[in-house]
Design a protein around this ligand. Structure first.
Ligand SMILES: [Zn+2]
Length: 389
């Protein structure tokens, strides 16, 4: 009967040493490599450590340490990944390898010397570390978010949660447009504003909250009504437009401008206990994705479409819808997932149910039909009050 041989083929035991032992060996010439990810360096690194993320150890080590007999100490956050890295190093033929148990956390706890974060932008890596962990976002995606410009029309019920989360997520520039001032009756749902800022312009109040949350985000504001005269300036350079308007003239105007300028429009609306959200991307996908007018060619008669101040709304409802809008905006910027283009998602808070309908683009649409020239802006107030010009 043959027994497996023990000897050359058996894996070497992985050696673990304490942080202070590691420091002693490092001072005696051992090479300390920090195998954490770049975003984890924000709080600093063990002094003298060389950054080499774990996934790059196999490829990168020979450049740093060509000598297989050199002593290499691997350190990570808590001592698990460094064990795996040490194993990789042994498999590569490095004979003198150890893992630092307890990792950088214990190193710091024991007051051992630290080096300043290697990265020039520690705030970026620390603030967005939970995004950077997602392969679908990562550093490249987060940089994309930082370069993005999102226009949010309305700093009210929908604009509040949308802008709040977009700023937190690291959208570089948020452009807010609202001609209103904060009213006490807004505070039940418009969470960017505070009791102390009643009477202050909503744009200014919103900017204050957003800058306090994320000083990296640039806030631009327009405290005026959006009209066909200023809409194109407002949307200039936008990657995504969020419709948080509370009136139909603004909604049709935005739709037409977004089709003309080829901007994706993330639409949201709320009414009492129900809300809906969708992405209108007809400007970029003529004849494929619908626009708002494909869905609603005519505005409802004024008396059939009461707004929040007339019909009332459950305070959390614009929160749900506004956050769905923010989610779609992030996906559009990052170009991940399946956008809500050509679909209308409806939410019923009382039943706690989401329902979705497919939306087709209308080949006869007066604004987005393929090959149709832009018909020009119209008198939206008259159009929406049912007065034809
Ligand atoms: Zn259309």
């Amino acid at each position: 009967m043959a027994y497996p041989l023990i000897g050359d083929n058996a894996p070497m035991a992985l050696r673990e040493i304490t942080p202070d032992e590691a420091l002693r060996r490092q001072r005696a010439g051992a090479i300390l490599i920090d195998v954490r990810e770049t975003y984890e360096h924000a709080a600093g690194m063990a002094a003298g450590a060389i950054a080499l993320p774990r996934a790059q150890v196999a490829q990168g080590i020979a450049q740093i340490v060509p000598d297989r007999d050199a002593e290499i100490l691997a350190i990570c956050a808590h001592g698990q990944r460094s064990l795996m890295a040490a194993q990789v190093l042994q498999q590569l033929g490095y004979r003198n390898v150890a893992s630092v148990s307890g990792g950088t956390a214990l190193w710091i706890e024991q007051g051992l010397p630290m080096a300043e974060a290697e990265s020039e932008d520690a705030d970026f890596f620390e603030r967005y570390s939970r995004h950077l962990r997602l392969p679908e976002v990562g550093e490249a995606g987060q940089r994309k978010l930082e370069e993005a410009r999102v226009v949010v029309i309305g700093a009210g019920g929908l604009g509040s949660p949308a802008a709040f989360y977009l700023a937190a997520a690291g959208v570089g520039t948020l452009v807010l447009a609202d001609d209103d001032a904060v009213d006490r009756s807004n505070l039940q749902r418009q969470i960017l504003h505070t009791d102390a800022r009643i009477g202050v312009s909503k744009v200014r109040s919103a900017a204050q909250t957003l800058m306090a949350l994320n000083p990296r985000t640039r806030i631009e504001g327009l405290s005026e009504r959006v009209t066909s005269a200023n809409v194109e300036d407002l949307l200039d350079g936008a990657d995504v437009v969020i419709d948080g308007a509370d009136n139909f003239p603004a909604r049709y105007l935005l739709n037409d401008a977004c089709v003309k300028l080829a901007k994706p429009l993330v639409y949201g609306a709320v009414h009492r206990f129900e809300g809906q959200v969708g992405v209108f991307d007809a400007g970029r996908q003529r004849g494929i994705a619908p626009c708002y007018r494909c869905l609603f060619p005519q505005p409802p008669p004024a008396d059939a479409a009461p707004n929040c101040s007339e019909a009332g709304v459950l305070g959390v409802l614009p929160g749900v819808i506004g956050m769905l809008q923010a989610t779609e905006a992030l996906k559009l910027i990052l170009n991940i997932g399946e956008p809500l283009a050509g679909r209308l998602l409806m939410f019923d808070a009382l039943a706690m149910r989401f329902r979705e309908t497919r939306l087709a683009s209308d080949p006869e649409c007066p604004v987005c039909a393929p090959g149709r020239a832009f018909p020009g802006y119209m008198d939206y107030a008259a159009f929406c009050s049912g007065v034809s010009r």
